[in-house]
Design a protein around this ligand. Sequence first.
Ligand SMILES: NC(=O)c1ccc[n+]([C@@H]2O[C@H](COP(=O)([O-])OP(=O)(O)OC[C@H]3O[C@@H](n4cnc5c(N)ncnc54)[C@H](O)[C@@H]3O)[C@@H](O)[C@H]2O)c1
Length: 272
Amino acid sequence: MLLEHRVAVVTGAASGIGREIAQVFAGEGARIAAFDRSREAGDDLLAALESAGDRDPLFVHGDVRVAADVERAMETVVATAGRIDILVNCAGVREIGDVYTMPTEEWENVIAINLSGTFYCCQSAARRMRETGGGSIVNMASVAGLIGLSHRPAYSAAKHGIVGLTKSLARDLAAAGIRVNALCPGVIRTPLTEQYFADDGFEQELMVSVPLQRAGASSDVAQAALYLASDMASYVTGVALPVDGGWLAEKSFVSGLGPSSFSASHETTDTE
Ligand SMILES: NC(=O)c1ccc[n+]([C@@H]2O[C@H](COP(=O)([O-])OP(=O)(O)OC[C@H]3O[C@@H](n4cnc5c(N)ncnc54)[C@H](O)[C@@H]3O)[C@@H](O)[C@H]2O)c1
């Protein structure tokens, strides 16, 4: 097993990608400390981990926007499990909105949860990891951390911020044996994106825009997180890895409706 004897804190673990990561990591032998603001869904995860026979999972209720909650959660994990080896920052929300009318509170909230919350968790966990000889941090950015997604100014800014934070911390924490990496998922089917799939044209659009021609599953992201969190990635730090079915590799006319000369069956400009 890849994570035997490791203690893994997963924020946003009560739903979607974070929940899948908690379950995959537990299956690889990690002791899971789930941190989420949803108590009911957190209890449900705990019951699922326990019934799968996983090793003494913990659930800590709290809000990543509140630095004192984060500090209390990390303290609880160390008091109960003795150490923190892995931190996966998955707690996140997104907005869809018009930049001209977006309320400032919405901007502040999206930045507070996605970016400040990620920083508070990295800082608080890194202090403990340094004391026990190192660790691995995986921050959940997004393709919106590498390109600007329209109608999502705060989300795109926060996710770009997470990529920058990841690279900065990778340098600063390396001496303490702490690796810091980011994942940049494309469209992953979870409660966060479920409403997109209600639109008949959405999956058709994915077929055109995503070379692997499908939405991602939480398990696609969880396997990438497992790689980065485990010793398989022992020489990898400071990367922002897309898990997007090739979406970002496609720089063409996204809708596939570009001028036909753009996709001629055969052509070269080298006439010499
Ligand atoms: N689903 C996608 O397509 C996709 C793509 C790229 C990136 N991501 C990122 O992956 C992460 C997980 O997304 P998901 O799709 O699983 O979403 P989700 O809505 O299913 O899960 C998010 C979890 O975060 C928790 N959370 C939200 N705010 C919190 C707070 N203030 N404190 C503590 N917990 C909080 C929620 O309770 C929930 O359990 C997010 O950071 C998201 O931005 C998702």
